[in-house]
Design a protein around this ligand. Structure first.
Ligand code: AMP
Ligand code: MG
Length: 539
């Protein structure tokens, strides 16, 4: 590690902590667990750690904050983003929010292990809030310790950056730092507590306001503060909407509905399962937030959830995410109702969610299949049959679409030749080739022929279609087993795989032939391994 230069790169960090300046603070300054009324946040300092070490940092996020490479590789950086040192302009606090967890109202939750350092306005005049996750207890820690373990911190760090490069709206991550301290976790809540390395992630987003930030104020019937927070959010996070008024509140809610729909479409496109879509984990900006027991679809299975805590009900399974987002928006509508006092326009906005999602889903499927536009007449049936076929034989979703893009759809070859070539390509995506039966082959062949005809209708060349498809169907995603391999190494002090994955995932749509290893389907050993296909909320 290099030592800090004389002219600290931190001179660039221009703090403008609007959230705490404009919204009421908890008057209690001591750090103990409590209900916090009449306030949006409580001031609290990160707990210092003994031996922080940077595991990885994101060059793109550093650039957003105008931080130099030299500074990111300095000890000063590690100290600051581990929570050991505050610099001028920082005014750390934890925010208050509530939420519905697994469908039930849970009351006050809040930043139980996240501490905001402040908001930076960069040279481009963009506002970025910085937040340390795992930096020690806050008034909102309830019965927990305020800490985070290395495995979940690496997962959050890598996935936020991977999602960004995939074009999915998300919070970002600047750094992941091991603290040098151990944290006790019972990974599957089954009486096997273990000491694990602790870590802190520095998350970055325009704001971390959640649906639950508004819900808690409704629950407490604090309509004055509810109005203050809504007005603040509109002025700060949605300035294009203009001066807050009843009409603005509705336009705002409408936009939240649209952004949320757009986010879910992206999740379905890349095969991402959030795993814990509680209303406290829903960003008001429509960003993917709070990476916990998330997972990536390997074999296409709409019923899959990585979260063992949700194994029974599967509330947050892949195929249910659009419905859950709708339900969550309904809770947000309830929360802001006192400011609007009209049901109908709120319901209309909810309809906008449904329409935006449906339209977005159709466009997304047309892109995935390489069509110029979605044509309901043919494409409804083509898509629903495809999604059935993908489940008949365990088929890797990511590989399938990349292979489909390579298929020759010219009519110059015979149907049987087309089918044979296509099957050869697609079989690379099968997990259990023995599942391929003659009736499956027939069904696949019929679909392939319909697909070829549909492609012909657009008169797109093979080359153009592949280019189109490869720009929306990633080759590289953060496969669950890859994250686990990087974690295994990092727990032994070797951070190279974390950094290599970070690098590969910067270009998820590129072929990167020398990195093809990272595009391979899940190996057999990972099928049942903890951390690869099964995760819990313990983190
Ligand atoms: P989650 O669903 O993981 O986002 O967390 C739900 C709530 O629990 C949030 O209020 C978190 O801040 C809090 N929480 C989760 N883990 C911890 C922890 N280790 N210490 C304190 N609070 C926590
Ligand atoms: Mg959360």
């Amino acid at each position: 590690m290099k030592t800090p230069t004389k002219h600290s790169a931190l001179q660039n960090l221009n703090f403008d902590n609007r959230f705490i300046e404009e919204l009421p603070a908890d008057p209690e300054g001591r750090n103990f667990r409590r209900q916090v009324l009449g306030a949006c946040y409580s001031r609290v300092l990160p707990t210092p750690v003994s031996a922080p070490k940077t595991v990885a940092y994101s060059a793109e996020v550093a650039e957003l904050l105008d931080l130099s490479t030299e500074f990111c590789e300095s000890d000063e950086f590690t100290e600051i983003f581990a929570g050991n040192r505050q610099i001028e302009g920082m005014d750390p606090y934890a925010s208050c929010y509530g939420g519905h967890q697994f469908g039930n109202w849970a009351g006050q939750l809040g930043d139980g292990r996240a501490i905001n350092l402040g908001e930076v306005v960069n040279q481009k005049d963009e506002r970025w809030a910085l937040q340390l996750k795992g930096a020690g207890p806050t008034p909102y820690s309830r019965t927990a310790d305020g800490l985070a373990v290395l495995r979940s911190s690496i997962r959050e760090f890598l996935c936020s950056e991977a999602m960004f490069h995939l074009g999915v709206p998300t919070t970002r991550a600047l750094s992941v730092i091991v603290t040098g301290e151990s944290v006790i976790r019972d990974m599957f809540y089954n009486g096997n507590p273990k000491a694990e390395p602790g870590a802190v992630v520095c998350r970055v987003a325009p704001s971390f306001t959640r649906f639950g930030s508004f819900q808690i104020l409704l629950a407490r019937r604090d309509h004055d503060l509810l109005k203050k927070l809504v007005d603040y959010t509109i002025r700060t996070d949605f300035p294009h909407l203009g001066t807050p008024s009843t009409a603005t509140y509705l336009t705002w809610f409408n936009e939240v509905c649209q952004r949320t729909a757009n986010m879910i479409v992206h999740w379905q496109r890349v095969g991402f399962v959030h795993g814990v879509m509680n209303t406290d984990n829903m960003s008001i900006l429509g960003l993917t937030i709070d990476y916990g027991p998330y997972g990536w679809l390997e074999n296409y299975d709409p019923n899959w959830t990585p979260n063992t805590t949700d194994a029974q009900e599967r509330r947050y399974r892949f195929g249910n995410q659009a419905q859950i987002a709708f339900w969550n928006l309904g809770q947000l509508a309830n929360a802001i109702y006192p400011l609007i006092e009209q049901v109908e326009p709120l319901q209309k906005a909810m309809d906008t969610y449904t329409a935006t999602f449906e339209q977005g889903w159709q466009n997304m499927m047309a892109d995935k299949l390489g069509f110029k536009a979605f044509e309901s007449e043919t494409d409804d049936a083509l898509c629903s049959e495809l999604l059935m076929i993908l489940q008949l034989v365990e088929t890797d979703m990511t590989l399938f679409y990349r292979q489909l893009a390579k298929i020759n759809c010219d009519t110059s070859i015979s149907q049987s030749e087309h089918n044979t070539q296509a099957f050869q390509l697609l079989s690379a995506a099968y997990y259990v080739p023995e599942q391929v039966t003659p009736s499956y082959i027939n069904r696949l062949n019929d679909w392939l022929e319909n697909y070829r005809q549909r492609v012909q209708k657009d008169s797109t060349s093979n080359r153009d279609r592949r280019k189109h498809m490869d720009s929306v169907n990633p080759k590289y995603v953060l496969r669950n087993y890859l994250a686990q391999l990087a974690i295994d190494k990092a727990e032994e002090g070797d951070f190279s795989l974390v950094n290599e994955l970070l690098e590969v995932l910067r270009y998820p749509y590129d072929e990167q032939p020398d990195k093809a290893l990272f595009a391979e389907k899940r190996p057999d050993w990972a099928r049942q391994r903890a951390g690869c296909s099964m995760l819990s909320c313990s983190s």
